[in-house]
Ligand binder design. Structure first.
Ligand SMILES: Nc1ncnc2c1ncn2[C@@H]1O[C@H](COP(=O)(O)OP(=O)(O)O)[C@@H](O)[C@H]1O
Ligand code: SF4
Ligand SMILES: [Mg+2]
Length: 318
């Protein structure tokens, strides 16, 4: 099947007074219809930047190179007007904090009606009918549609944001840490909802998270980012069973230790993204680093069918 989304050699450099922040460097990633791809990495690894680049919501002045093909069309070349159409109708984003999307001065109904009528020429009655339907599909009683965002709990607000994101039936949903601020029970409800929706509409889902437990539970494939570089990509099962990149190995051993209540995180801290380390960006923290790692950037190599890693010594871990 042709990928619905193909990110090709995407680089995103933010302009700052201290220099360019190289948030993403030559990233490649794709997703086919109905697939859930997890994007993981520590804070600052470029996960949100990827979501924003796909949605076309990077700050003005940001340098973007490479292509983002959505159903064969390069999003980096779209006009603002075309992007506005696409957002919501074909690609939607849900954020970690629903209040960044919900307007405290508008009722839930108003949010839906505005979203629907911005994109489709339907009557106000029809928009209201669809709004109620969307809310009910998220397990919220339709009588609550006249309420304001602050009258809901965090978990309910997150459901409302999901309902808003999918009311136009987009084919790609990007969820940026959708459950990070929620407790574990609400988190698992939200993940359940996302999975049901994905099946019902055969949407593709790009699930950005720093939680590998979530990836194991809901994703088909996973992309691991380190300091703006894709360091490993492959089917979830392969990566959990046999991580080929030392950074992924470190991430995985930290969740295993978490279960045994012993917090073991990867030593060292993420690099300065204005002047990242030479060669392999992970070398200052890598227990296996050799001189070649300092000198040469490891290419992304397919070590097993569909399982890629960017490490000079990836074959050592096969
Ligand atoms: N608007 C911005 N201007 C400058 N630097 C930014 C901006 N947004 C993010 N960054 C930087 O880009 C890098 C990647 O950030 P981000 O994509 O938010 O990572 P993540 O979502 O994985 O935590 C970080 O170093 C961050 O500080
Ligand atoms: S290329 Fe070298 S520094 Fe980078 S992850 Fe592999 S062994 Fe470690
Ligand atoms: Mg983020």
């Amino acid at each position: 099947m042709d990928p619905m989304l193909q990110v090709q050699d995407l680089s995103v450099h933010y302009k700052t007074r201290r220099g360019f922040v190289r948030a993403l460097e030559e990233l490649r990633l794709d997703a086919i219809q109905g697939e859930t791809v997890g994007v993981v990495g520590e804070t600052g690894s470029g996960k949100s930047t990827l979501g924003k680049a796909i949605l076309g919501i990077l700050p003005a002045g940001t340098q973007v190179d490479g292509k983002i093909l959505f159903r064969g069309r390069d999003l980096t070349q779209l006009s603002n007007q075309m992007y506005r159409r696409l957002r919501g109708e074909e690609i939607a984003l849900i954020f970690q904090d629903p209040m960044t999307r919900l307007n405290p001065l508008m009722t839930i109904m108003d949010h839906f009606v505005e979203e629907i009528r911005d994109h489709e020429s339907v009557s106000a009655d029809e928009a209201r009918r669809r709004a109620r339907e969307a809310l009910v599909s998220m397990g919220i009683h339709e009588s609550r549609i006249k309420n304001y965002p602050h009258e809901f709990s965090g978990g309910m607000r997150q459901r409302i944001m999901i309902a808003l994101a999918i009311v136009l039936k987009p084919s790609l949903l990007i969820a940026d840490e959708p459950t990070t601020s929620l407790d574990v029970i609400v988190e698992s409800q939200i993940l359940g909802i996302l999975q049901d929706l994905k099946r019902a509409y055969s949407m593709s889902l790009l699930l950005i998270t720093h939680n590998l437990g979530i990836v194991a539970e809901v994703c088909d494939r996973v992309a691991v980012l380190y300091a703006g570089k894709l360091v490993e990509l492959g089917p979830v099962r392969d990566i959990f069973r046999k991580p080929l990149h030392p950074y992924t190995q470190g991430l995985l051993s930290s969740i295993i230790h978490l279960e045994t209540k012993e917090l073991h995180s990867i030593e060292g801290s993420p690099p300065n993204m204005i002047a990242p380390p030479s060669g392999c960006r992970f070398h200052p923290r890598c227990p296996y680093a050799q001189s070649i790692c300092v000198e040469r950037l490891p290419p992304l190599v397919e070590f097993e069918p569909g399982h890629f890693a960017a490490c000079h010594f990836g074959d050592k871990f096969l």
